[in-house]
Design a protein around this ligand. Structure first.
Ligand SMILES: Nc1ncnc2c1ncn2[C@@H]1O[C@H](COP(=O)(O)OP(=O)(O)O)[C@@H](O)[C@H]1O
Ligand SMILES: [Mg+2]
Length: 416
C-alpha cells in the first residue's frame, strides 16, 4: 500500500495556535525554547526550556482540538494535572520517582503545565539496539513495578463490579469506530472479514457485539479488585530511566492517564506489553502493509513494523507475563483475580485498536528512525488497527474455545 501523508483537517490552524501559546508562555517564564520533544503518545505539544537560572524545564501544552478522541481531549489533560496532585498528596512515597508539576496555565480552550526536565532514556532503550540487554530491561522493570506497587497501587483497593471489559473496551471501540471508518481504507473497515497475516479475522465491531451479548465469555476474566490510580497510561515512553541509585536503575514515572478513581492494574501492564509488541517500534519505524486481492475472497493483508519487530522487544515480550506472575510485589495485586492473564491479553488487543483511533488525532510530526520521512497518521493508524484486529480475533477465539487465553500461543502471532 502506498502511504500518503494526509493532514487531518483543522490541524494546521491548531499548530499555529499552539506555536503562539508556546511563545507567550516561554516569554512569561523568561525562558528560551531549546527544542520540541516528539516522543509522546498524545496530541499535546512538549518543548524543552532553558530557564534564566540555567536549569531546564519541560512545558506541556494541550489545545482543545475538534475530533480528538476521548482521552486525547482537553478535559482528560486537565484531569492529568489533578491526578498528579492526587498521587503527590495520597501516595507521597511515590513522589521522588514521579513527575513533578511546577506551574499550571489555563485558557478557555487550552491548558499547560511545566515540570523539571529529567535527562533520561526510556525503559526500553536498552533493548532497541542490535545488542539488546534484556536482563537490564527486566531489572528496570522490576524497580519500576516494585515502586508503583508498594508506594502506589497497593494503597487503595476496592471491589470491582463485573462487566468492566465490555464497558471500558468494547464500548470505547464502538464509540470510536467512525473515526477509523472515515480515514482508513474501506477494504479494512467495511467488509465482514479480512485475513491478517494468514488468520481469518472477524470484524472488530462484530467481536465487540459478541462480548456484549455473551457476558459469560468474559465474566471470569473481568477484574475482581481495583487499586489506587497510580498511573493508567503505562507505556514504555512514560517510564524514564534517569541514571543509577544505589546500583539499581533510577526511575521517573511521568504522564499519568488522567483518572482519579481506583483502577485495574492489569490495564497498565497491558500498556507495557502493547508498547513492546507493536506501539513503540511502530511509531519509530512505521508499518509495512501489503494487500492481496483475489475476486470474491476476503481481503488478505500482511502487516509488520517496517523492518520487523525489534529482536530485544520480542525477547522481552516472551518473558513479560511470567515476570509479572513471579513478581513479589505484583503477584499479590492479582492473587484473587484468576482471570488476570486473559484480561491482560484481551486488554492488549483492545489497546491496539484504541491506539488506531488515537493516531488519527495525533498531529505531531513524527520522523522515521531510518530517515527524515514523515510518518503518516494513516499508516500508523492502519498498522495498529490491523494488529488489533488480528490479536482481538485470536484472544476472543481462545476465550470461546477454552475460556482463557494462552500467552505463548497468542503472542506467537508476532512471529508471522
Ligand atoms: N519532564 C520531562 N523530562 C524529560 N523528558 C520528558 C519530560 N516530560 C516528557 N518527556 C519526554 O517527552 C515525551 C512525551 O511526554 P509525555 O508527557 O509523555 O507526552 P504525551 O502525553 O504526548 O505522551 C516522553 O515520552 C519523554 O520522552
Ligand atoms: Mg506519554
Amino acid at each position: 500500500m502506498t502511504t500518503t501523508v494526509t493532514p487531518i483537517s483543522a490541524q494546521t490552524d491548531i499548530g499555529a495556535r499552539e506555536n503562539g501559546l508556546i511563545d507567550e508562555l516561554t516569554d512569561e517564564l523568561h525562558a528560551t525554547m531549546e527544542g520540541e520533544m516528539t516522543e509522546g503518545g498524545s496530541p499535546a505539544r512538549l518543548v524543552r526550556l532553558l530557564m534564566p537560572d540555567g536549569t531546564r524545564q519541560v512545558l506541556k501544552l494541550q489545545v482543545e482540538m475538534p475530533g480528538a478522541v476521548d482521552g486525547h481531549d482537553l478535559e482528560s489533560f486537565r484531569v492529568k494535572l489533578r491526578q498528579i496532585d492526587k498521587v503527590r498528596a495520597d501516595a507521597p512515597a511515590l513522589g521522588e520517582m514521579y513527575t513533578e508539576k511546577l506551574r499550571e496555565f489555563h485558557g478557555w480552550d487550552w491548558s499547560a503545565y511545566t515540570m523539571p526536565y529529567y535527562p533520561n532514556e526510556d525503559i526500553a532503550a536498552c533493548i532497541r539496539g542490535p545488542q539488546p540487554r534484556v536482563e537490564e530491561f527486566f531489572d528496570r522493570f522490576d524497580v519500576t513495578m516494585s515502586v508503583l506497587a508498594e508506594r502506589g497501587w497497593s494503597l487503595a483497593e476496592s471491589h470491582a463490579e463485573p462487566g468492566q471489559i465490555s464497558e471500558i473496551h468494547s464500548d470505547r471501540l464502538t464509540r470510536r469506530f467512525w473515526l477509523l471508518q472515515e480515514h482508513l481504507a474501506g477494504e479494512f473497515t467495511e467488509q465482514g472479514r479480512i485475513v491478517v497475516n494468514g488468520v481469518p479475522c472477524r470484524h472488530p465491531l462484530e467481536i465487540a457485539r459478541l462480548l456484549k451479548e455473551r457476558p459469560e465469555l468474559t465474566r471470569h476474566v473481568d477484574a475482581t479488585r481495583l487499586h489506587f490510580p497510580a498511573h493508567g497510561d503505562l507505556n514504555t515512553r512514560n517510564l524514564l530511566i534517569t541514571g543509577k541509585s544505589g546500583g539499581r536503575p533510577a526511575v521517573r514515572i511521568i504522564d499519568p492517564r488522567g483518572t482519579l478513581k481506583n483502577w485495574d492494574v492489569v490495564y497498565d501492564w497491558g500498556k507495557v506489553l502493547f508498547s513492546l509488541t507493536v506501539w513503540d517500534a511502530g511509531l519509530r519505524e512505521g508499518f509495512e502493509i501489503g494487500v492481496e486481492k483475489s475476486a470474491g475472497a476476503p481481503t488478505a493483508v500482511a502487516v509488520r513494523q517496517r523492518g520487523g519487530i525489534y529482536p530485544g522487544y520480542r525477547a522481552a515480550v516472551a518473558r513479560l507475563v511470567e515476570a509479572i506472575e513471579n513478581h513479589a510485589q505484583l503477584a499479590p495485586l492479582v492473587a484473587e483475580d484468576p482471570g488476570w492473564k486473559s484480561r491482560l491479553l484481551l486488554g492488549h488487543a483492545f489497546h491496539l485498536l484504541a491506539e488506531a483511533a488515537c493516531r488519527l488525532s495525533d498531529i505531531k510530526k513524527r520522523e522515521s528512525e531510518k530517515g527524515a520521512v514523515d510518518l503518516s497518521p494513516i499508516e500508523l493508524s492502519t498498522g495498529h488497527y490491523l494488529f488489533g484486529v488480528l490479536f482481538l480475533e485470536d484472544a476472543v477465539a481462545q476465550l470461546e474455545r477454552r475460556g482463557e487465553i494462552d500467552p505463548e500461543s497468542h503472542l506467537a502471532l508476532l512471529d508471522a
